[in-house]
Write a protein that binds this ligand. Structure first.
Ligand SMILES: [Zn+2]
Length: 164
């Protein structure tokens, strides 16, 4: 184990965000295969396959627009129509289009925000904070996922541990 920032699990901002402790921030994941700009690492952290950035909502939306040429909220809206699976660490996902060949379905970028628990809404919103995540697949499909941080804990731990 080194102290390098690129080691998985060495990014407290992501852990805090995913725990729902940063409701005013957004998270962006930009895959290396989609954008390689060293300046990105000034704002975020190197993670497997790309760069993950956790910043306040306004800066996050600007960064998203700059990196992808699409408005974050516009992108989120377009992704809502397709339910897919976004990895709990935000650094990948599973496209809802039949992924016959994973190479054709690589995540290009992910935009995520969290919503605080809201018992009036019901469902997963009543169970706790909710992470909303939107991913752009290389096949052109944008898809969305959402989950309670408490449910995702196990996934994240498994992903970062030696593989239980
Ligand atoms: Zn796809």
């Amino acid at each position: 184990m080194t102290t390098d920032a690129d080691a998985d699990g060495e990014f407290p901002a992501r852990a805090e965000f995913l725990a729902g402790d940063r409701p005013d921030d957004v998270a962006l994941f930009l895959a290396d295969s989609y954008v390689s700009d060293d300046r990105l690492t000034e704002f975020g952290e190197r993670v497997a396959g790309g760069t993950l950035i956790v910043v306040d909502g306004e800066r996050g939306r600007s960064a998203f627009q700059a990196a992808t040429g699409t408005g974050a909220m516009q992108f989120a809206k377009s992704a809502m129509d397709h339910e897919g699976i976004v990895n709990a660490d935000l650094a990948g996902g599973t496209c809802p289009e039949t992924p016959g060949d994973d190479a054709d379905h690589e995540v290009q970028f992910v935009f995520a925000f969290t919503e605080e628990q809201n018992e009036d809404v019901g469902g997963i919103y009543a169970e706790g904070d909710v992470v909303h995540a939107y991913a752009q697949c290389s096949c052109g499909v944008a898809y969305s996922d959402r989950w309670n941080p408490s449910d995702a804990d196990a996934d994240i731990d498994t992903g970062l541990a030696d593989g239980e």
